[in-house]
Design a protein around this ligand. Sequence first.
Ligand code: GLN
Length: 476
Amino acid sequence: MDLTKLTIQKANEGLKSREFSATELTRALLGEIEGRDKELGAYLEVNRDEALAEARKADELISGGDPVHYLTGIPLAIKDNILIKGRQATAGSKILEKYTAAYDATVIKNLKKEEAIFLGKTNLDEFAMGSSTENSAYQTTRNPHNPERVPGGSSGGSAVAVAANMALGGLGSDTGGSIRQPAAFCGVVGLKPTYGAVSRYGLIALASSLDQIGTFTKTVSDAVILFRGISGHDEMDSTSTPDIDYSELLVFDENRIKNLTIGIPKEYFVKGLSDEAARGVEEAIETLKKSGFKFKEISLPHTKYALSVYYIIMPAEASTNLARYDGIRYGSRSEAESLLELYLKNRGRGFGPETKRRIILGTFVLSAGYYDAYYTKAQKVRTLIKQDFDKAFHEVDVIFAPVTPTLPFKIGEKTEDPLEMYLSDIFTIPVNLAGLPAVSLPVRGREGKLPIGFQLIGRPFREADILGIGQVYESA
Ligand code: GLN
């Protein structure tokens, strides 16, 4: 049996029935990483010894008759902007080179309670700014379906690790699409939970009102397992919501799910959507229709402003979040004659071009005289975008949309033109502005072709609806 190809669910069954051990499973995945990751570049750091020690501990628990949780002994890949105590956390930036995390992110703490295994830290665009993982200060990650193509970003490393059987599941962060877009490009399931459902404590912040940690898995059932493992109230994150009863996720009620109405926003099926991408999502609609789902056309009229609003609010928040990186408390430090020179050198050398661009943009929109014209106005339009969704959810239960306007593009194709790169998030950004849950699912039946995804967007905290429809789609 090839253990690397297992889903989390199947691996859990195998571990429980002692068909194989967590150590065997971990070794198999480490072997796959050794064989394939030189070419793909998904991992920035592989924690071989730590992972094997965690596997041994899981095996002891299992053989000692302790309760085996869904994630006990399951090897995972973690985006390098999520802190694991004692391991590197670079956020893909030179300014955090050699930085070692002093504490566990809450999601990691939760996963440790279940005795999950952390194989290593995965590559990302610097501070999660990007859509191709080419903005990493360390390496370029390649799409396993065609290494000449990008895997998407910013969580490209975790997406590739799961897609190429170098982890059974992974964590990423999604501020404007960074989980759903790479999931679509790599042919895996990517879940961006409702804002507040998962603690952001220990996530290196990009834009705090938009960031959310989420999952990469091979199947929807695995997304349910991993999401349940990381979600829950956390007093260390003031925007974390009180505990939600997610038990419904585990009792899949097909009758209830099949009665949900799916909305199709006409604003998402426009010129920018390439023919190939459109064909892919239409196939998914056909499959869902055959499964008996009712579709209804809806309108989200303020969609056209989402990208502009995002590129004001996100850099505004990023510029303030990144103010803490002065090269004194974290990461590498330059020599200088004065304090000002030290800041200028550290930040000048430590940050890459995209990060600098956004700090400048953010500082500009927040500066006196421009604040109201840009930042305040963007916040108002953000409310209108959210209200579009609120209205739509009076008519439908779930919204269907494309994830990406194109198939995975070529490495280097969009690096010269930031605006062109920003456009690849046009379908994912509104969801973050509205704080909604959304899952990106691979269109099935594309073996031998480049992957393409579609997304299901739900009401706040209705992960059960989008994942339920996802389960029906998968079994169809
Ligand atoms: N690609 C988008 C950006 O560059 C989204 C990033 C993200 O979700 N972290 O900002």
